[in-house]
Design a protein around this ligand. Structure first.
Ligand SMILES: [Zn+2]
Length: 508
């Protein structure tokens, strides 16, 4: 007998349909599996067989062929165990083919017949809903994740026994399609901008960075609070929209990072990989490309602490995504494009010991300082729109406990500026001021006569590169937006120049 069960394979952060076919015929008893499978899928044969036997099914000796199609998609992982088991049960007449008609399923089997969670269930449920399936059968631990997109019924099962029970029912409707739209999870409000004492300049830089999606570099002595500031940036961003949340959740699902408790990513990502990270973990990849840190930071912040300690090759990876907001990875098995639209925030000490230019505490030679700073190449430095110093807070301020605006207050301000940008760039591909293409700078960044004069002066006096000049203009655009001014004024240019010029203190 012949049977067919629908499933899906992961491709990048999406799913593509896969059909699992089983054929049982008389002839020399044997079991063969075909269809561009990796070793994990080939081993399914043993797992599925044992799981079925241990659930109590017995099978006569037959010639069995299982085919996963289409054949040109490479299939990996253990996700096809469940559909293979279902196809076999149908082919041997234990289940009616109608029971699995219009059903999309995935799940791993353990030898005792339990159904274990797998990656990529959220995109599978989206695909099933889009294709008009009536039901998704998934591991119970993945059920909530499958319910997130909505518009499709979901059945979570714990064992093959439960699959059999489902199939034995008179009708196979299993209640209503899930509504989707999970409630926004509880936000972690513990980290607030108001907790940071002093540091007005650095906080201001962080606000401008978030307002216009500008890349930010924080330089400061050890313990001056660089990480404290960077880790609070996600909080001052407007909350993610449902679409953004889905987009990010899809990535986390494909990476196997969603959990039963958090089936939907509702907080903006903040990724802070250690400087020992490999180029591949940063970019994503592998035989079956998986999202890397830059993709896991999509729609959020990628924070690189101790920037000079990262390997050159790892930092080199950032180039393409910072320009194109995505990364293409080609491997023998597949070519994948992963989204990678993140705000880059980085922090660094000014020297190996961390106290330069305070000569009372810094014991590094000029040469050591120079060598340390030089690890940040010119082109990389050029990627930062804003470069600011984080200084030790004077003791008087700590005693007075001087704090500034709260995260909540700043978020309202930034929401307003994002709204201005949405309106200004409506119908274009630009999202934020940092992304204005050079050819559109004049159109979107009108300067007052004073602003124009100052910018020209800065360009000549500071011997700026063209790229630096453009960055200053974009940052000035954001500063003007924060003050609700359409025309960029002299003081906006002046602040933008200051925020860009800080690197000269160290690199010249
Ligand atoms: Zn030092």
């Amino acid at each position: 007998m012949f049977s067919k069960v629908a499933s899906a394979a992961i491709s990048g952060v999406d799913c593509v349909p896969v059909e699992v076919e089983a054929d049982v015929s008389t002839g020399l008893p044997m079991f063969s599996m075909v269809g561009y499978l990796n070793s994990q899928v080939k081993e399914a044969q043993e797992r599925v067989w044992t799981a079925l036997r241990n659930t109590g099914f017995t099978f006569p000796a037959r010639r069995i062929t299982v085919n996963l199609s289409p054949a040109d998609i490479r299939k990996e992982g253990t996700r096809f165990d469940l559909p293979i088991a279902a196809a076999l049960l149908c082919a041997f007449g234990y289940m009616k083919q109608e029971a699995v008609q219009g059903v999309c399923m995935a799940g791993e089997l353990s030898l005792n017949g339990e159904v274990k969670p797998v990656k990529g269930i959220l995109p599978l449920a989206e695909l099933a809903a889009r294709k008009g399936y009536r039901l998704c059968i998934v591991p119970e631990e993945n059920r909530k994740e499958a319910e997130v997109p909505g518009r499709i019924s979901v059945l979570g099962i714990r064992s093959l026994k439960e699959l059999e029970e489902y199939a034995g029912k008179k009708d196979w409707g299993v209640g209503e399609a899930s509504k989707g739209r999970w409630e926004q999870g509880k936000k972690n409000r513990a980290e607030d901008f108001a907790d940071i004492i002093g540091q007005e300049a650095a906080k201001r830089a962080a606000v401008i960075a978030a307002a216009g999606f500008h890349n930010l570099l924080l330089i400061g002595t050890k313990g001056s609070g660089k990480t404290m500031i960077a880790s609070r940036i996600p909080g001052i961003f407007p909350e993610m929209t449902w679409e953004e949340s889905m987009e990010v959740s899809r990535i986390y699902s494909a990476a196997g990072l969603l959990s039963e408790e958090n089936p939907l990513v509702t907080s903006r990502p903040f990724r802070s990989p250690h400087h020992t990270i490999s180029p591949q973990s940063m970019a994503g990849g592998g035989r079956y490309p998986r999202p890397g840190e830059i993709t896991l930071a999509h729609r959020g912040i990628l924070f690189l602490d101790e920037l000079p300690e990262f390997s050159r090759r790892t930092l080199e990876i950032l180039r393409q995504p910072l320009e194109e907001r995505k990364i293409c990875i080609s491997r023998s098995a597949a070519v994948c494009t992963f989204p990678a639209d993140f705000l880059l925030a980085a922090a660094m000490n000014p020297c190996p010991c961390g106290y330069y230019p305070d000569r009372n505490r810094c014991s590094c030679s000029e040469q050591e300082v120079h060598r340390y700073l030089r690890r940040i190449s010119g082109p990389l430095l050029d990627r930062f729109d804003i470069c600011t110093e984080v200084q030790d807070v004077p003791i008087e301020k700590i005693l007075k406990k001087e704090t500034g605006k709260t995260t909540e207050e700043i978020r309202r301000e930034i929401s307003r500026v994002h709204k201005i940008q949405r309106k200004r760039y409506g119908g274009t591909r630009i999202r934020f001021n940092s992304g204005i293409p050079v050819r559109n700078l004049e159109k979107y960044c009108p300067l007052s006569p004073g602003g124009k004069k100052l910018l020209k002066k800065a360009y000549e006096k500071m011997n700026l590169s063209m790229r630096a000049y453009h960055k200053i203009l974009k940052t000035a655009r954001t500063i003007a937006d924060l003050e609700d001014r359409d025309e960029i004024q002299e003081e906006h240019v002046s602040e933008a120049v200051f925020l860009r010029a800080m690197d000269r203190k160290y690199w010249n």
